[in-house]
Design a protein around this ligand. Sequence first.
Ligand SMILES: [Cu+2]
Length: 620
Amino acid sequence: MRAKASLLSKASESGPQLKKRILIVLLGLTIGQLHSSLHAQEVPTTSCNRPSPGSAVPEPADLRSKDGVLEVNLTIFNYRDSGGSIRYCYVDDKGDLSPNLRLKPGDLLILHLKNDLQNLEPTSATNKDHDQMTAKSSNPCSSGAMTPTATNLHFHGLTVPPVCHQDDVLRTSIAAGSPPFEYRFHIPENEPPGLYWYHPHIHGFTRDEVLGGASGALIVEGIERANRTLAGMPERVLIIRDQDLVNPNAPPSKSEPVVPHMFIDRDGDAANNGTGFGKPAKDLSINFVPVPYPDYRPAVIKMKPGERQLWRVLNASAITYVNLELLFNRVPQPLGLVALDGVPLNASGKLEDFVDWQTHLGIPPGARMEFIVQGPPLGTDGLLVTRTVDTGVGGENDPNRAIASVIPSADAPEPQSILDASPTSLPPPKLPWLGSVAPVRTRRLYFSEKLSNPNDPNSATEFYITVEGQTPKVFDPSAKEPNITVKQGTVEDWIIENRSTELHDFHIHQLHFLLLDYNGVRVNEPFLRDTVNVPYFNGRTLTYPSVRIRLDFRDPNIVGTFVYHCHILEHEDAGMMGTIRVEPADQTASGTAESSTNQLPQEGPVQTGKTVEAASVTKN
Ligand SMILES: [Cu+2]
């Protein structure tokens, strides 16, 4: 189904078409009002200038809101690199790659996204003329086109409405060559301060674009207001991405204690061999510095000796789990976790300035962890590694490997961003803690996989997430009815089972949830997540492994249809996704009825002018 062979093969003889061009970007294409200001933007569309292995870890450029507004022009383009892999890049007006978008709660984000993707797969039916026709004829708010050159944006973790120009991925599809598309929304006033991210979400092609590097961080400022331990602390955004192997045919390094046999899993990746070593399914990079198999030459982070920093780590991998550990002289160091998936650990209001000291932190694809790190003393080099992750017999191989050397140096530059030294405390949450609200129902969903032809072990695997009682089906973009319908104003518990032999990674758009039980064990975490692992079935237990989560549908801004899926993006692309519709609250319901009367129309093509106005009105 996916063109893995061609991604791993060498580039064609002619190589990438090298040409520079000046892009004239239409700025200010505000909805309902067309400004005609022209702005020349030179974009290097031939390469993203990715750093080489062993480089210093660069910090993404910071784009900060001013006077409550952040206006950004981003262009996405792609090219085939010298190894034959297709790379995807976001670049801003200044040529900075995947900049950090930094906003405060309540701020307005205006983001113009220009789609300069080209179809680089020679076998694919679409071509440039076709793309240009599509660009002219389709309405990006209703097109829903899922093609290799279409793109859109998902703002992972943000609780913004699932409507066009905000955070809809079901119908929003921007054709290559169309005018810049405007995203425009307010960061909710009550958005927890922390690390969020943006990436494309075109069903069937999400993996390719994210694996190619299309991702960046969005920071809701003010984490030091939630946890005063962080006041005045330097902070660093570290984005771990995966990519196709640079050296796919190399044998494992001689320093590895075992050389396991290499098998291919159902996705066509190196399969988990259970040893913690051997060829990984994908290479990793950190802020685009690759750390390629088989030698894993670490990237370099310099710190002042013993300095404490907040590391905001996003696992933007398409399929790779990491389990981070910081070693000094091979000894794991304490990592002070303060936030997970953008939500401070003290979100329940019960744990003031809480820091959870751990020696390793497992971060599934899509998830974020923000933690305090203390730099090594002079004379001791630290090493940031990922431990192996057991993804199950059906999963990918995510072996032990180095990521970055942490080198103490008295003249190390300070990180470019430092948290406020004297923050005001965040206001207490307006709604009761999710853990103390009674759910209106419990639903059961399950992950499963099936060969498309059960008699042919080489046939493609179909990936499902199914509501108990419904028939397992791959995600159908044309389905008229959602898989799940809920009422705004309510809270539900979902039990999510894994009936397959590989780890899956549940994610839902538009809201956070509370993890109640993990594999039958009550955890009742005092914070929220938007992504959680569901352990794999090993064939030896009487019941399937599961998680129980509590989902919060109380937010009056979150009405409409959106998705939940596995964040192993090749699983999502292959069908492991479903839709949920949050209907407006009953007018007679207490508490939330009043706010629900302001809801936006959610279905069908959105009248964009109204959407933007209404969105600013519904923002409180
Ligand atoms: Cu999965």
